[in-house]
Design a protein around this ligand. Structure first.
Ligand SMILES: NCC(=O)N[C@@H](Cc1c[nH]cn1)C(=O)O
Ligand SMILES: [Zn+2]
Ligand SMILES: [Zn+2]
Length: 482
């Protein structure tokens, strides 16, 4: 068939080059582009330059777009890492696909329990372990390798390509929403489709993703004495900030994971019959998942209930306490100032600004009841809304065809519990079609000390993207053909 004639040489080339592609991923993972703290943004910038050089070497043009500054606690301001806006030569008759990805990563230290060095991509039993391997350097490279494959095999890329690559996704994509607004009538004006590959499959089957949850990240600061104190001297005499903070954090959730902040579930949409049915055919094995992450039980007993908890209900997770003694050994200290960190995943219809107000008021109410002399400060970042796409969008037709061409079966249609802050912004601000085409495996353990992408997913994922360019270009010719 025509599609095999186009795709077979591409797939062959990808197979032949797979070791080079893995080596390039190794080079990218070696850059510790952790965006969680402004003091580390130098490495994020270095990573953006490496990505830009790759795009330029392939014939693309790159602009480093400014996304403003971040105000430091000292009052000084620091320029945020720029966003790459790139494009390849344009042919007006072809559709234009814009790919979004990020090259920053979550923090990673060997001491967190990594069996391998987090920034040294290590292959074990066909899995490539390393921070950013799946989230999101592997998929970003797979898109670039798909383009490279067309060029190397002297085939015309069948769609025009634009890229948006950022370095602050893991800390909330600050400044990107404003950049999209500014460039709506220029960079984005001729874009037909936006595609994101920053999530994972639900099972061993490939998937297309049509929804993500939003997120707001909270900081609860409790400040007491002006210096840390000896607990033998002042224990029992001062109201301890850690005690206040634990009471505040303890007021957020019940023992079954229900959020106790008044009003938080108010706007959550009821489950329709159609939605209920949509979970039945999905492959998700609770027992296997228990084994994988090492827990005896989940808070839900059925696949349907667990997927709903993950995709369509809000959740609250406590991430840590800054300033509390956390090293090994015993230190009999009363910390003077502690900051609790937690986030709330939000679902369609929930407004981050409303959630922020509800949480702030709740924490102040609980704190007032304690009559503590300490000072409480609540602040929030990220404020990302949930995203849901229309499955009738033509991108999903091209996505299904590309999955069939590479994997030989139908994709699962899934949602995602995590957040890609820009997904909602792209859809709302540009009005363009947005789809997620993941290549990460269900067990990639993103954000954990076991993050990996399998060689299979990385290489077959590259083929998927190459096939996707082709299938997208075919839509204009035969949009209804399945
Ligand atoms: N792969 C997407 C991802 O991991 N996104 C982050 C974004 C985020 C949310 N709050 C702070 N950062 C995620 O945790 O979902
Ligand atoms: Zn990501
Ligand atoms: Zn992430």
């Amino acid at each position: 068939s025509e599609s095999s004639a186009v795709l077979e040489p591409l797939f062959r080339h990808i197979d032949q080059r797979q070791n080079d592609f893995v080596q390039r991923l190794r080079e990218w993972v070696a850059i510790p582009s952790d965006s969680s703290q402004p003091s580390l943004w130098g490495e994020v910038e270095r990573m953006l330059h490496v990505a830009a050089d790759k795009i330029t070497a392939m014939g693309g043009t790159v602009e480093f777009a400014d996304v403003g500054s971040h105000e430091l606690p000292s009052g000084a301001s620091l320029r945020r890492p720029p966003v790459i806006l790139a494009q390849f030569e344009k042919e007006p008759k072809k559709a234009t696909l814009c790919f979004y990805g990020h090259v920053d990563v979550q923090p990673a230290n060997k001491e967190d329990g990594w069996a391998t060095e987090p920034f040294n991509l290590t292959e074990i039993d066909g899995n490539l372990y390393g921070r950013g391997a799946s989230d999101n350097k592997g998929p970003v490279l797979a898109w670039l390798h798909a383009i490279e494959t067309y060029l190397a095999t002297k085939q015309e890329v069948p769609v025009n390509i634009k890229l948006v690559l950022e370095g602050l996704e893991e800390s909330g994509s600050d400044g990107l929403e404003e950049l999209i607004q500014q460039r709506n009538d220029t960079f984005f004006s001729d874009v037909d489709y936006i595609v994101i590959s920053d999530n994972v499959w639900l099972s061993r089957r490939p998937a297309l993703t049509y929804g993500t949850r939003g997120s707001t990240y909270f900081f609860v600061e409790v400040e007491g004495p002006k210096i840390d104190l000896h607990s033998g001297v002042f224990g029992g005499c001062v109201q301890e900030p850690v005690g206040d903070l634990i009471a505040l954090l303890g007021s957020l959730l019940d023992h079954r994971g229900k959020i106790l902040v008044p009003g938080i579930y108010e706007s959550v949409a009821p489950v329709t019959e159609e939605e209920s049915k949509s979970y039945q055919d999905l492959h998700f094995d609770l027992e296997e998942m228990k084994q994988e992450i090492g827990v005896e039980c989940f808070l839900q007993d059925t696949k349907e209930a667990m997927l709903m908890a993950r995709w369509r209900y809000p959740s609250l997770s406590i991430h840590g306490i800054e300033g509390a003694f956390s090293q090994p050994g015993s230190k009999t200290v009363i910390p003077r100032r502690v900051v609790g960190k937690f986030s709330i995943r939000q679902v369609p219809n929930m407004e981050p600004a409303v959630v922020e107000k509800q949480v702030t008021e709740h924490l102040h109410r609980v704190f007032t009841r304690r009559r503590s002399p300490n000072k409480l400060k609540v602040s929030a970042t990220v404020g990302a809304k949930a995203w849901v796409a229309d499955l009738k969008d033509p991108q999903y037709i091209a996505g299904r065809r590309a999955v069939k061409a590479v994997f030989g079966g139908e994709p699962e249609l899934i949602r995602e519990g995590s957040t890609i802050p820009v997904a909602h912004n792209f859809q709302e601000l540009t009005g363009k079609s947005v789809m997620m085409l993941p290549i990460g495996g269900h067990d990639d353990a993103e954000h954990s000390e076991k993050e990996k992408i399998s060689r299979y997913n990385f290489i077959e994922g590259t083929k998927l993207f190459a096939a996707y360019f082709y299938e997208l270009s075919q839509l204009q010719q035969s949009p209804q053909k399945m």
